[in-house]
Design a protein around this ligand. Structure first.
Ligand SMILES: Cc1ncc(COP(=O)(O)O)c(C=O)c1O
Length: 374
């Protein structure tokens, strides 16, 4: 079976984990500090490092939740989120006690439709969470224009777009608050992990405490090899910090990112050029600057399941990213419907996209698609 997605890890990751085990300190310590420094250096590229801070956490979901909490979002507030996203975006937001307002998406990119989002703004709206769907960020400038007009915080769910560049800089180098996921299937993995990056130092200071049960200044203590015995807590915090084991895997993966990015971009181009438009059209991303995750094809809704079955019969796994969240029982009732997201849900089919695949595999998948009797 050609898997839809898969972690691409090997001997280097095993050695990194062994290094941590040999050092006998598995929790949050030196490896996490180094991973944070290396991530920041990678994202910022140059001497502007001091303008931003980064905090690693245990998942992308907790990164989003902490980012919202650190902005003061909570019960009584509303957050705008595109419906076409993984449940993690919605669950992270509702975990703060705030109400999630599902927004519709653009038919070609799957990213938030800001015209629709504006119609859903009320006096309770505090934040907007654009999701960088399939590695693309859609019309991000429109999101920031809307946020400025209504004084909203922007928390970018960039789980799909680590390594993509926007306006000549890596995603995370600019913008309000940006959250990444490093789970087992992402562009780089820590096993499980996430990160928040921002130029808002007070938000970042709060996140550093919140990830360690809101124990004040515990991050600094752990990074200098000390433990907090006498401390204060002023709000609800969480055990959301990253472990040295996960950070060590992430540090190894970060070195491999240029290679991973090249492969993913090459596979996107092959699919893009090889699949006849009569069968399907890809969700649009800026393919020169975005690292694709996953590859999403739009197929005529009457043919989608047939194509998935055909591919499955030939040993090719497919997926559907995602069922719109406003259709889930827990989130029903707060929305006016999202017809475009619902249309896309009927049309989308994700094809294998990961770095254990070779060009031969992609050729085989394209050929199998072309041979489908739809
Ligand atoms: C769009 C999106 N947001 C957030 C997340 C959450 O990341 P994590 O799995 O690290 O919690 C994911 C994970 O797949 C995702 O796809």
């Amino acid at each position: 079976m050609l898997k839809l997605s898969q972690a691409c890890v090997g001997i280097e990751e095993k050695e990194a984990v062994n290094r941590v085990i040999d050092a006998l300190y598995l929790g949050m310590g030196a490896e996490v500090r180094l991973f944070e420094q290396e991530l920041l250096a990678f994202i910022m590229e140059d001497s502007t490092i001091s303008l931003r801070q980064i905090a690693c956490v245990n998942t992308g979901t907790s990164a989003l939740q902490l980012a919202l909490q650190a902005c003061g979002v909570g019960a009584g507030d509303e957050i705008l989120i595109p419906s076409m996203t993984y449940a993690a975006s919605f669950q992270a937001a509702s975990a703060t006690g705030a109400t999630v307002i599902a927004c519709d998406v653009d038919l070609t990119t799957g990213c938030i439709d800001t015209v629709d989002a504006e119609t859903r703004i009320t006096s309770k709206t505090k934040a907007i969470m654009p999701v960088h769907y399939a590695g693309g960020y859609g019309e991000l400038a429109d999101v920031y224009a809307l946020a400025q007009k209504y004084n909203l915080r922007v928390i970018e769910d960039a789980a799909h777009s680590f390594g993509s560049t926007y306006q000549g800089k890596y995603v995370g180098a600019t913008g309000d608050i940006i959250c990444f996921s490093f789970d087992g299937l992402k562009n780089i993995t820590c096993g499980e992990g996430g990160a928040v990056i921002s130029g808002d130092k007070s938000v970042m200071k709060r996140i550093q405490d919140l990830r360690l049960l809101a124990i004040e200044n515990d991050t600094e203590k752990r990074f200098s090899g000390q433990r907090s015995w006498d401390f204060d807590i002023k709000e609800q915090g969480w055990r959301y910090h990253m472990s040295n084991i996960n950070a060590a895997i992430g540090r190894t993966q970060l070195k491999k990112l240029p290679h991973f990015s090249e492969m993913r971009k090459k596979f996107y181009r092959m699919y893009y050029d090889g699949i006849p438009t009569a069968i399907g059209t890809p969700i649009q991303i800026d393919r020169h600057n975005c690292v694709p995750y996953p590859f999403v094809l739009r197929v005529n809704a009457t043919k989608r399941d047939q194509l998935a079955e055909h591919l499955n019969k030939h040993g090719i796994e497919t997926g559907i990213h995602y069922k719109p969240n406003h259709l889930l029982s827990y989130y029903k009732g707060h929305d006016k419907g999202c017809p475009v997201a619902e249309q896309l849900w009927g049309e989308i089919l994700s094809l294998p996209m990961h770095c254990n695949l070779g060009e031969d595999d992609i050729h085989f998948i394209i050929k199998t698609i072309c041979n489908a009797d739809l």
